[in-house]
Ligand binder design. Structure first.
Ligand code: C2E
Ligand code: MG
Ligand code: MG
Length: 245
């Protein structure tokens, strides 16, 4: 199955089997939708819809993430620009970028080109990276992050709290936002420790001047707690599942 998946993945982009779903991200206080996260989907004629958790790791190992990631970035920016033209002026879009993608020297040129081709303002694009990006080549990563900042593109750390969550990363790397992993958000109501972790990450992020986004918000109770903690944004099934454009 793995070999078959890999072979099929090689042809997926050119066969137009990839598509995007978008999940709204809202301001916790007002409930207003401020942007979306683009999430890739793959519909294989035989295997059906394959979840990103299944194929992104294969794409990363084989380098296929480079063409797939470029396609995702272009599609997400183009769609968001189309929404702008329909009147949803400052809608942002968050795009996941894997460590392999982030390490390629072409990333900056690629982002610049796609922004200018799509007409999307840089400030409306946020790249979501994980800690593995920061654990690689530190100097090259700092340089890339600085360049992105100069361009006006935002960077968020995804799944915060699940890996090493080294606090020195937060000091060393110029990032704009932290996304609190859904495993913590979902513990908010069930146990006190879960709530304490979310409160602590929020306070830490805030004091470092970062925007806080809670992932996986499913209940009103969780939303209320996040509001009390002054968490900026939320994303989750409470608001909406990821949807076609
Ligand atoms: P992620 O970036 O942390 O994305 C959030 C995941 O949580 C999405 O899963 C989303 O559908 C799910 N989710 C959102 N709200 C809720 C909720 O309220 N409850 C629960 N239980 N889940 C929720 P999805 O779409 O299956 O994506 C899984 C992962 O695959 C993403 O995690 C991301 O790491 C990766 N991924 C997705 N699209 C891309 C892409 O274009 N490029 C790369 N490199 N990775 C991607
Ligand atoms: Mg993400
Ligand atoms: Mg996440």
């Amino acid at each position: 199955r793995r070999v078959a998946l890999e072979a099929a993945l090689r042809r997926a982009v050119e066969r137009k089997e990839m598509f995007l779903h978008f999940q709204p991200i809202a301001d916790v206080g007002s409930g207003r939708i401020v942007g979306t996260e683009a999430l890739v989907r793959w519909r294989h004629p035989e295997f059906g819809v394959v979840a990103p958790d299944k194929f992104i790791p294969i794409a990363d190992e084989t380098g296929l993430i480079i063409p797939i990631g470029e396609w995702v970035l272009r599609e997400a920016c183009t769609q968001t620009r189309a929404w702008h033209k329909m009147g949803f002026r400052d809608l942002g879009v968050a795009v996941n970028v894997s460590a392999v993608q982030f390490a390629q020297t072409r990333l900056l040129t690629q982002v610049k080109k796609i922004l200018s081709e799509s007409g999307l303002p840089a400030s409306c694009l946020e790249l979501e990276i994980t800690e593995t990006v920061l654990m690689r080549d530190a100097e090259a990563t700092v340089a890339t992050l600085k360049n992105l900042k100069e361009m006006g593109v935002h960077v968020a750390m995804d799944d915060f709290g699940t890996g090493y969550s080294s606090l020195s990363y937060l000091k060393r790397f110029p990032i704009d936002a932290l996304k609190i992993d859904k495993s913590f958000t979902q513990d908010i109501s069930v146990d006190h420790d879960g709530s304490a972790i979310v409160a602590a990450i929020t306070a830490l992020g805030k004091s470092l001047g970062l925007k806080l986004v809670a992932e996986g918000v499913e209940t009103q109770e969780q939303r209320k707690f996040l509001e009390k903690q002054h968490c900026d944004r939320m994303q989750g099934f409470l608001l909406s599942k990821p949807l076609p454009p």
